[in-house]
Design a protein around this ligand. Structure first.
Ligand code: ATP
Length: 253
């Protein structure tokens, strides 16, 4: 059964078409890659699916619900979350504080609620702190818990971005270039965390230019070129597809 179903989705900005007639189906619990040359429209597609831009036409269904009328926050509540190519951490807050700041609708944020149900706020804070602690362990960031996020390495920032997203307890995660600017050791570590998340039942769609690392990680790939899906299937099949090889101009793969 499809968790995410994208049908005939297009986005135009004036005369420019960012992507056109895109169909993507993600089965519940699947792990899928999305590749394509620079400017193919991959990130803009993520933005349309998660609510950062409004597509010109088409359909996005998540768990049977029509996503297009919903705000970004409502889509997150339904379980659909994304990361960005450039992580968006709060650089002066510590790693732990960044994790604590991630979940929306915390009871403590509303002053009125603070007076009415202080016990509930304290319980919720304690639960969140527990969740942030286990996230630090899971992502191997415990030793930098009190470090300002701005001074982390590129790879650690990607791990923190993943952690912030996981604090939202999503059922489907869309990662935009998780391995960009990450050293090979951390690429391996990130890959392992991704596999573990997938084994816990989380559905993932991953944009990545590191085709070798991505192909080792995912059993299925989509390839995009100039705003269209041009191939889909096992990584070995997609990377051997003449249209994909042509899009990468014969040299890269
Ligand atoms: N809001 C917008 N207004 C105008 N053009 C846009 C807008 N958003 C994206 N585009 C254009 O859409 C095209 C697709 O960009 P996108 O970033 O989605 O490609 P990409 O496949 O993710 O590329 P890369 O791999 O280099 O990140 C680009 O030419 C970009 O300039």
């Amino acid at each position: 059964m499809s968790l995410l179903s994208v049908k005939n989705l297009s986005a135009r900005f004036g005369a420019f078409t960012a992507f056109d007639g895109v169909d993507i189906e993600l089965a519940k619990g699947s792990l899928t890659g999305l590749i394509g040359t620079n400017g193919a429209g991959k990130s803009t597609l993520f933005s349309a699916i998660t609510g950062y831009i409004t597509p010109s036409s088409g359909e996005v269904k998540f768990d049977g619900h029509d996503m297009l009328p919903l705000s970004i926050e409502k889509r997150v509540e339904k379980g659909l979350s994304r990361t960005f190519q450039v992580p968006r951490e709060f650089s002066r807050l510590s790693v732990f504080q960044n994790l604590m700041a991630a979940p929306p609708n915390q009871a403590g944020e509303s002053l009125a609620k603070l007076f009415i149900t202080p016990g509930r706020v304290r319980r919720q804070e304690a639960e969140l702190a527990e969740r942030a602690d286990s996230m630090l362990q899971f992502l191997n960031l415990a030793r930098v818990a009190d470090t300002p996020a701005g001074s982390l390495s590129g790879g650690q920032k990607k791990l923190l971005e993943l952690g912030r997203l996981l604090m939202l307890e999503p059922s489907c995660i869309m990662l935009d270039e998780p391995f960009a600017g990450v050293n090979p050791v951390l690429v391996e570590e990130l890959s392992q965390r991704i596999v573990e998340l997938n084994q816990r039942g989380i559905t993932l769609l991953i944009i990545e230019h590191d085709l070798a690392s991505l192909s080792r990680l995912v059993p299925r790939l989509y390839a995009m070129d100039r705003g269209r899906i041009i191939a889909e299937g096992k990584p070995s099949e997609v990377l051997a597809d003449p249209r994909v090889r042509e899009a990468y101009m014969g040299g890269v793969i």
